[in-house]
Design a protein around this ligand. Structure first.
Ligand SMILES: [Zn+2]
Length: 287
């Protein structure tokens, strides 16, 4: 799931194997397990050494996360880990690794879509691709921290927004997977229910373009226009429909300085959650 991006198992394991290496080479060097580990590391390159041993997996984890400069010796440590109290060092090292795992995950997602246009625009082929084009500019955070819109306390539950962002909302045609006669339908065949011409019913269509539903966003767009102006960001009308939709779904403008992030979220999130709730009610009443 890209939205709440849980890093894939292979990266999670790499993180755990690296922390194990840290424990054996830095934290608990006097234990029997550590001595055995160091001994076995020395024989790792011999032909007799089995493939799937913990030493080989740890070596592979180092190359997966591209931390291999000091392997098999103790890893080089950032200041935060060196200065941490002995009992906190392990935890501190894991905290240090998490952004590295996040960066690797984002690199992998970007590799999957190497021709991502900037600013995002164009047609999409799948739900994952749609999510990527809408939200990839905001995918630059530590994936182990929940996105801010889920953490901010407000008067409304952010679950509907999460459903919209994670491409799993019952009311958006492209989010609905249909299998008929054992055949998966294609993304483009999930059309807008309210347009006669068979336009793909993506969130961009429902939120911004569809004559039947786009008016629901007008108040929110008015607020976003003002905030963009107040924070010296590019005007609403110069943004692509992907960028406009991503702002409506709670992303920050990609050029917004970090000092304004919190204020932006605080000013927009209640209005965004209100909008999503109105849109849901509107769509449910129409069907
Ligand atoms: Zn429509």
């Amino acid at each position: 799931m890209v939205e709440l991006d849980l890093p894939p198992l292979i990266l999670q394991q790499a993180l755990q194997l690296l922390t194990l290496h840290f424990r054996y080479t830095v934290l608990h060097t006097n234990t029997i397990a550590s001595k055995l580990y160091n001994l076995r590391c020395k024989f790792r390159c011999s032909n007799a050494h089995p493939q799937h041993t913990i030493e080989n997996r740890i070596a592979k984890a180092h190359s997966t996360l591209m931390i291999s400069s000091t392997y098999p010796g103790p890893p080089s440590m950032p200041r935060s880990v060196t200065l941490a109290k002995p009992k906190n060092k392990g935890k501190s090292y894991t905290t240090f690794l998490k952004p590295i795992v996040s960066a690797e995950r984002l690199r992998q997602i970007r590799l999957k879509y190497p021709h991502a246009p900037l600013p995002p625009c164009g047609n999409v082929s799948s739900r994952l691709h749609a999510h990527f084009l809408l939200h990839y500019l905001s995918l630059c955070n530590n994936l182990y921290k929940p996105p801010p819109y889920l953490k901010m306390r407000g008067h409304r539950n952010p679950m509907s927004l999460l459903r919209l962002r994670s491409q799993s909302h019952q009311s958006i045609p492209t989010h609905m997977l249909t299998i008929a006669d054992n055949k998966r339908d294609v993304y483009d065949s999930r059309v807008c229910l309210y347009c006669p011409s068979g336009v793909t019913g993506s969130e961009i269509q429902i939120i911004l373009k569809c004559p039947a539903t786009s008016h629901v966003a007008m108040d929110l767009i008015k607020l976003l226009r003002i905030l963009l102006y107040d924070t010296c960001q590019p005007d609403w009308s110069t943004l692509t429909t992907h960028q406009q939709t991503s702002l409506i779904l709670g992303d920050l403008p990609s050029t917004l300085p970090k000092t304004f992030h919190h204020v932006w979220l605080q000013s927009t999130l209640p209005a965004i959650l209100d909008y999503v709730s109105h849109l849901e009610t509107f769509l449910y009443n129409m069907t």
